[in-house]
Ligand binder design. Structure first.
Ligand SMILES: [Zn+2]
Length: 322
């Protein structure tokens, strides 16, 4: 018997759908990609739920918007207490069993909700936020996003303070969406694992949201993990043709460049915008296809367990407060 290793997805935008009343995690979200029943089918045990601020709110109103999403998450926990619980500390990871309740990790995607105040980071931590994507695509008080990368901007002094405070509090620091200069700047300040929750390999698909091999190596050197993402436009030059095979290509590439212990999954389900998800990975219930695909590419069962969640588990154990 191989020991149980949870399956962990490091990024989805499903809380937006619940907030918009498209459904609930327990009763199902017909238009969406993720709900508790389909997570069970796909074997997902821990889901990182992103709180992303829509663009019109990013300059004003981000704090309130993030609070709405955080409250949406806790209302789901209240409504389905036997099926969903928040992961707040390392010991909560021990509550995960193959068929037990699913653990949710709250993440801010973009530091806009901090509104430039370090105390706000502590307050969000008290509210259960355990993961911070420093930027979305655009510049904020912390750093430049990928869409501002041409200015060459890294972290601001406030951004340096935020990275340091995340590491003190036990918040996972996430560089997906950050400008190249920002990624390098964060890596210089790393005292523990730095992650990219949902980014692919620029060597396979030249896209500003993807990582260079050097960035991937530097992330791995911190003990961090790269979450390969299913967003078709980050997978291939022809997003309409994106399939499971492209996802496997990116996983294989990172496994070759940084080793299998630094590769994970960050689907971006419910955040995939213009195209449907890749063929074979239409929603979270399809994770079995990914497992089988990895086996088909020659990964061992131990490798597959690491990629499907074991690596994220290691990061969470290391970063989260006791
Ligand atoms: Zn994103």
């Amino acid at each position: 018997m191989t020991p149980f290793v949870p399956v962990i997805d490091a990024h989805c935008d499903t809380l937006q759908r619940v907030l918009k009343k498209e459904g609930t995690l327990g009763e199902g979200i017909p238009k969406g990609h993720v709900d508790l029943a389909r997570m069970r089918t796909g074997g997902v045990n821990i889901q990182v739920f992103a709180c992303w601020t829509p663009v019109p709110y990013q300059r004003h109103g981000a704090t309130g918007y993030a609070l709405r999403l955080i409250e949406t998450f806790y209302r789901q926990v209240d409504q389905f207490p036997d099926a969903l619980f928040p992961i707040l500390r390392a010991s909560d990871l021990d509550r995960i069993t193959p068929s037990g309740p699913i653990g949710g990790v709250l993440s801010l995607e973009g530091a806009e909700p901090l509104d430039g105040y370090i105390e706000a980071l502590d307050a969000f931590h008290r509210l259960g936020v355990r993961w911070l994507g420093l930027t979305w695509n655009f510049r904020n008080a912390v750093a430049d996003g990928v869409a501002d990368g041409e200015s060459g901007g890294g972290l601001t002094p406030f951004g340096e303070e935020v990275v340091r405070r995340c590491q003190e509090l036990g918040i996972v620091v996430d560089v997906s969406h950050l400008s190249d200069a920002g990624v390098e700047h964060v890596l210089r300040l790393a005292t523990g694992p730095i992650v990219a929750s949902h980014s692919n390999a620029r060597a396979l698909r030249k896209h500003r949201r993807n990582l260079t091999d050097d960035q991937a190596r530097a992330i791995a050197a911190t003990g961090g993990v790269i979450g390969v993402t299913f967003v078709p436009s980050f997978l291939t030059d022809d997003p309409a043709q994106a399939s499971l095979d492209h996802v496997l290509d990116h996983i294989e590439h990172f496994a070759e460049v940084v080793g299998v212990n630094h590769v994970g999954i960050g689907s971006d389900f419910d955040g995939i915008g213009d195209t449907p998800p890749p063929r074979g990975l239409e929603d979270v219930s399809r994770y079995g296809n990914l497992r089988r695909g990895l086996a088909g590419r020659g990964f061992t069962q131990a490798d597959i367990a690491a990629i499907m969640g074991g690596n994220w588990l290691r990061v969470l154990r290391q970063v989260l407060p006791d």
